[in-house]
Design a protein around this ligand. Structure first.
Ligand code: ZN
Length: 324
């Protein structure tokens, strides 16, 4: 019986070569990783030794160039966002105004600001012309007269809103405490004795504005007094603050200037909310705007397309050839 010894390979045997079968794709990956490691090592050495002055200047120039390119686009985007916010504000105010009217058998709140204390009936001083008798101790203004935030919260629209931000344009830095303005024809002094007091009296709700941005008045808030005289049927009394006074057709001038707090390039405009609840952004034909330049008040006289537009939205007689 023969016994053959089997020979096992000696694991410690020198000079033995082992072939490892590596797929080509793995080989390429390994080489790529190797190159990346070398490159990062070079970069680290470069960073560690610091930048030269020329390299720093070039980097700064590139950053400045990028900022110059991006900033105008960022400003336009920011203005668009603020327009959306502003339009949302007047939409909410108008919704509150409609809810108040619906809760009061169709009667508007007063667009004139009353003092809460001590004379709660002061807002009715002129309504006798319209045959309205002031009820005793009645307060029905959308905001109270005064220059403090609590005067907003005292208004009859506050229970529907309960948010001060809704009353202010995010762009109004000229008079930051000026709230939006409400159409003075709607239970206000404008148009007496044809002032409107109920929803059913509005002939075209979709073309009768309720809230708008008012520009700064000629000298100071509440002091403007050039809207006509008592003998003129289109004349108005001095508009109180936050009650927007616009003369009806055939007046040829603005009574109160619309605000121009929203500019992009050469365009200016303001959101306008209507009695049916919809809101538009009104871009002025006069691209210089009205609200920001007090000197433009005198220049606004004459039958400009913007005057016709606002008259068409006033709720009064509609100008001929208007395209509201
Ligand atoms: Zn605004």
């Amino acid at each position: 019986m023969s016994c053959e010894m089997m020979e096992w390979p000696d694991p410690l045997q020198k000079n033995q070569t082992t072939v490892i079968d590596v797929p080509p794709s793995h080989l390429i990956l390994m080489l790529t990783l190797y190159d990346l490691c070398r490159l990062s090592g070079r970069l680290m050495r470069h960073v560690m030794r610091g930048y030269t002055l020329v390299e720093l200047l070039i980097a700064i120039a590139i950053v400045v160039l990028l900022l110059a390119i991006l900033l105008p686009a960022l400003n336009v985007a920011r203005e668009h966002a603020r327009r959306v916010k502003c339009m949302s504000n007047v939409r909410q105010l108008t919704a509150a105004w409609l809810m108040y009217a619906n809760d009061n058998r169709g009667h508007f709140c007063s667009s004139e600001m009353q003092y809460v204390i001590p004379d709660q009936t002061s807002g009715f001083a002129d309504y006798a012309l319209a045959g309205v008798v002031a009820p005793p101790n009645c307060f029905w203004s959308w905001i109270a007269d005064g220059a403090e935030h609590q005067d907003i919260a005292r208004g009859v629209l506050w229970p529907y809103l309960k948010n001060l931000e809704v009353y202010y344009c995010p762009n109004d830095t000229f008079l930051p405490d000026t709230v939006y303005a409400i159409n003075g024809l709607l239970a206000g002094r404008v148009g007496l004795p044809t002032t409107l007091f109920m929803l059913s009296q509005i002939r075209r709700p979709e073309r009768t504005f309720v809230f708008i941005e008012a520009g700064p008045t000629y000298s100071s808030p509440g002091s403007m007094n050039n809207c006509g005289d008592a003998g003129d049927p289109t004349a108005m009394l001095v508009p109180p603050d936050a009650s927007f006074a616009t003369p009806f057709y055939p007046a040829a001038t603005f009574g109160q200037l619309p605000g121009a707090y929203h500019s992009i390039g050469a365009t200016n405009g303001t959101p306008v909310a209507f009695a049916d609840g919809h809101v538009v952004f009104w871009e002025f034909t006069n691209s210089s705007g009205y609200g920001n330049a007090r000197s433009s008040f005198a220049g606004a006289a004459g039958y400009s397309a913007d005057v016709v537009q606002l008259e068409a939205w006033s709720g009064g007689p509609i100008p001929p050839n208007s395209n509201p």
